[in-house]
Design a protein around this ligand. Sequence first.
Ligand SMILES: *Cc1c(COP(=O)(O)O)cnc(C)c1O
Length: 359
Amino acid sequence: MTGPKPLPNILEITPYKGGQSLENAHKLSSNENPLGCSPLASAAVERAAKSLELYPDGSAAALREAIAKKYGLDAERIVCGSGSDEIFQLLARAYLRPGDNIVQSQHGFLVYRLVAQQSGAETRSAPEKDLTADIDAMLELVDENTKIVFLANPNNPTGTYIPYSEVKRLHEGLPEDVLLVLDGAYAEYVHNNDYSAGMELAGEMPNVLVTRTFSKIHGLAALRLGWAYGPESVIDAIHRTRGPFNVNAVAQAAGIAAINDEAFQAASVAHNDAELLRVSAAVEKAGFKTYPSVGNFVLIRFPETPGRTSAEADAFLRKNGIVIRNVAVYGLPDCLRASIGTVEQNDQMIAAFEAFAKS
Ligand SMILES: *Cc1c(COP(=O)(O)O)cnc(C)c1O
């Protein structure tokens, strides 16, 4: 007896492993918001918990209106998902089949490959320069079977970004029937003048979609909430492929409260601005290379010297109550990614790095 057999492409998938947590240790492995979430969002969750017998609004109309108002967008061209992860899955379902391919950057977000595999499509990864997406290398991989180009900007786990001029150059180099997905999961943290999440491009072009999430700046990772903005035809395709009630009512209520809480968002950004710099400088000072990040995390490189390797650092930090992210699956076996925590968590992490350097 062998039982039912999944499709061969499904058996090739290595399931995604989230950031680990350890009892009695600080979890700095999933880029979660160290300030928690907006108190207004928590209150909205409590209110929503009083009518759990009711189905949610399947179109998430009030949430889409709130997002549209904040960013000056057309609510009809926004679709919400159970995390931006679900939006990537729906795109794969709507646009990819065996024989097709997606193009991404070498150290791109892992979920793009997973959703392509679910549809039996190939993933092509373009080499990076200085751990930063290389537009020409990406364009070189595009062929007649390419259906989607994914770009996380800023990228996770590298923390690097490319300027808007480069994003536009990438778009200009693509045939009109190739969808460019600009994943702006960390967009709110970026201050650089040459950066844009690409809303304008998604507003004007028939083949550009921007995705955003409530998991990072809004601190609502537990509720699974993301959204996308783009051309009518792409939004329509996502609506056709999504489940009728894909975003639950509690998440919708929390999302509306969170998007309107400017003070919480500003506090999250201010905390990250200060602590990202402080942590990066301290880890450098302890003797480890960090990469300039515009996200809420920092990538750290370790030497191959016995006693100083990434694996040994990881184990040492865990013993000292800090869990950060192993990024070997991203092709960065000698690096670890540390999320920015609270001041106290960061103090403890810095102390652990200093002790590791002296050990
Ligand atoms: C965290 C993250 C997301 C968000 O995923 P959700 O499913 O919305 O929680 C998307 N893209 C990247 C690159 C991320 O790091």
